[in-house]
Design a binder for this molecule. Structure first.
Ligand SMILES: Nc1nc2c(c(=O)[nH]1)N[C@H]1C(S)=C(S)[C@@H](COP(=O)(O)O)O[C@H]1N2
Ligand SMILES: [Mo]
Length: 212
């Protein structure tokens, strides 16, 4: 059984040092099969849900000792960071140097205190979208629960008021209009993952489809 308290504490300690292991030896910035863009395309199911900073809540529930429901003020009161990372969409565009601002997912998880059996998460969004990840993937110091990018609050089209950003995975894992983080013992494929997208979605391994 992983000791999540220890693991989260060690990731937070790494973040405090400013260490970003994934970025140190990145000579090549754009993974195979990707083309760099600068216009930040929009990609989703075509629904922009009706959620504002006023009405937004973020729940963390499931296998945690301390279920959370944050409103905008509580979210703003948490430690705010800026993390610059690259964003890779499976439809073959990559935008580099995205300056996401918000709260580190690891800080939120430290508040929620995952139980020892916790291993996977489902991200739930206000448009009904879901996607799944190993809990450990959310503990990387570049994973941001973001309210701003490119120097401005997220537009509704890009997931405002709040979205997740998981730079080390293809962008379909970066849930827009984030509503809840559900923590489980077993993995549960999300919207695209049950429709043939790869469960892991590492752009450097070109994990696009589950039969790749
Ligand atoms: N809630 C929600 N999040 C989502 C999606 C979606 O349809 N709904 N689409 C995903 C996909 S496929 C991509 S490529 C990115 C695109 O983010 P962007 O529109 O801000 O570029 O959002 C991801 N997050
Ligand atoms: Mo995508």
């Amino acid at each position: 059984m992983p000791d999540w308290k220890k693991l989260i504490a060690s990731k937070i300690a790494l973040a405090a040092k400013g260490s970003q292991p994934g970025k140190l030896n990145a000579n090549v910035r754009v993974p195979a099969g990707q083309t760099e863009v600068k216009n930040f395309p929009r990609l989703d199911l075509g629904i922009v849900p009706d959620v504002t900073a006023q009405s937004w809540r973020l729940r963390v529930y499931g296998l945690v000792d301390n279920e959370l429901s944050l409103d905008w003020a509580a979210f703003q009161a948490m430690h705010q960071v800026t993390d610059i990372s690259d964003f890779h969409c499976v439809t073959r565009w990559s935008q580099l140097d995205m300056d996401w601002q918000g709260v580190r997912a690891q800080d939120l998880l430290a508040l929620a205190q995952p139980k020892a059996a916790a291993k996977f998460v489902t991200l739930h969004s206000y448009d009904g979208y879901t996607t799944n990840l190993p809990l450990e993937a959310l503990l990387d110091d570049d994973v941001i629960i973001a309210h701003s990018v490119l120097g401005a609050p997220l537009t509704a089209e890009h997931g405002g008021p709040v979205r997740l950003v998981v730079p080390k995975r293809y962008a379909w894992k970066s849930a827009k209009w984030l509503k809840a983080i559900e923590i489980h013992e077993f993995d549960k494929p999300g919207f695209w993952e049950v429709r043939g997208y790869h469960n892991d979605a590492d752009p450097w391994l070109e994990q696009r489809f589950s039969d790749d």
